[in-house]
Design a protein around this ligand. Structure first.
Ligand code: CDP
Ligand code: CDP
Length: 218
């Protein structure tokens, strides 16, 4: 295959999408677009503004005043303020999946991402990157693993960051969020047509990177 210009990585929570996309970007010189970070920033902004997340009109009103930037070093700016740490909490994931239900919010995010990709070689991770944002992508990957393993990874990460959570809580949150992402009407999480499914259960990050590097090089 000639070198892909657009690589999409979709899959459920904790599959390793962001970590893999970031590393692929570094090794192969791509720009990494973390689409989940945009939903997280929007959810976080709505929470700060006291917006009722079940009321679509309120959410749409709030995002009129929002500016989110993904910096090349992976930092996320919300209206000029660095919120990278604040959005990567268990609550941040729940808020993100709530605002992500609204088609208008999704259109807003998709437009931003398509603009960010113009003229660049990109690797984008998310839920609808290969199905909806870039259906024309040259290489589509669906990264997955058993829920218990994904929850174990997330739990380890959260513990290292000092969060007071139990494994059971993390597993429940991961399963509920997956269900919500898979069952929404507009651009749900599913395996994109033509995607290569990579099951990362029991595999190290390096093994997964090797599999994906082979797909890029062949
Ligand atoms: O973006 P996504 O929710 O899919 O996953 P992530 O935020 O990249 O988190 C995955 C976590 O699992 C990170 O702490 C990785 O170091 C770890 N991990 C992995 O990504 N891939 C493996 N094969 C094994 C562990
Ligand atoms: O790292 P993790 O996979 O747990 O979450 P994330 O990629 O940061 O995404 C957080 C939430 O944003 C997901 O559970 C989805 O509800 C939503 N999202 C989405 O709907 N579409 C995307 N392309 C990316 C994220």
């Amino acid at each position: 295959m000639k070198e892909p210009k657009i690589i999409t990585i979709d899959g459920p929570a904790g599959a390793g999408k962001s970590t893999v996309a970031k590393e692929i970007a570094k090794r192969f010189g791509y720009v990494h677009l973390d689409s989940g970070a945009l939903y997280r920033a929007i959810g976080y902004f709505c929470k700060l503004k006291g917006v009722n997340l079940t009321k679509k009109e309120e959410v749409l009103g709030a995002i009129k005043n929002i500016n989110v930037e993904l910096l090349p070093n992976g930092r996320v700016l919300l209206n000029g303020k660095d919120v990278t740490k604040e959005i990567r909490t268990p609550e941040g994931g729940v808020l993100a999946s709530q605002v992500a239900q609204f088609p208008e919010v999704r259109e807003f995010v998709v437009k931003l991402l398509r603009e960010m990709a113009v003229g660049k070689k990109i690797v984008i991770d998310g839920r609808d990157a290969g199905t909806y944002i870039f259906p024309e992508a040259d290489l589509k990957i669906y990264l997955t693993a058993f829920p218990e393993e994904r929850a174990r990874r997330r739990y380890k990460e959260l513990k290292e960051k000092g969060f007071n959570v139990t494994f059971e809580e993390v597993l429940k949150e991961v399963i509920e969020r997956d269900k919500k992402d898979e069952s929404r009407e507009f651009a749900p999480l599913k395996v994109p047509e033509g995607a290569v499914i990579v099951d990362t259960t029991g595999k190290s990050l390096e093994e997964v990177l090797k599999t994906i590097s082979n797909l890029i090089n062949n």
